[in-house]
Ligand binder design. Structure first.
Ligand SMILES: [Zn+2]
Length: 152
């Protein structure tokens, strides 16, 4: 897999800002084997010129689903890409509030897994992919369901 192919496979590529792309490129390294090499925080800070580069790196992991690991290594906070696996990431970015309301209305505010009623209000239910992205699911509206916090 090349870096371009990997980036193409990411959900919500619009979230891939310039800083995040730079971080990803440096974590990708030569792309020959994973886990990749540890990249130091000081290097990422210099590379991105962003004080909050660590937030961007976490967004890569939490919102785009990159398999990023972080730990203290060689006296400094470091980051690496564990594998080319892409997890579902945080779903809140993909549906508008209006779409969520429509989704939750369509299931009568009941959890699609356990059937629990949550009452009105978007907070009671979470939007979730029926078929996870990692198994080929999409962000199409038809691939969403409402589930409760316990089933999440
Ligand atoms: Zn439930």
């Amino acid at each position: 897999m090349t870096l371009d192919e990997y980036i193409d496979a990411l959900p919500a590529r619009r979230l891939l800002s310039g800083a995040k792309r730079k971080i990803l490129v440096s974590l990708w390294g030569d792309g020959q084997s994973f886990p990749g090499t540890w990249v130091k925080s000081s290097y990422l800070l210099e590379l991105t010129g962003q004080k909050y580069f660590d937030r961007r790196a976490r967004e890569l992991r939490d919102e785009l689903g990159c398999d990023i690991e972080t730990r203290h290594y060689d006296g400094e906070h470091c980051w690496r890409l564990n594998s080319t696996k892409i997890s579902q990431g945080n779903t809140r970015q993909y549906l508008s509030e209006k779409q969520k309301k429509e989704l939750f209305n369509s299931c009568d505010y009941q959890c699609s897994i356990c059937g629990k009623e949550t009452g009105p209000g978007v907070r009671g239910l979470q939007a979730d992919h029926k078929v996870p992205l990692i198994r080929g699911g999409s962000h199409e509206f038809s691939n969403w369901q409402g589930i409760c916090n316990e089933c999440k």
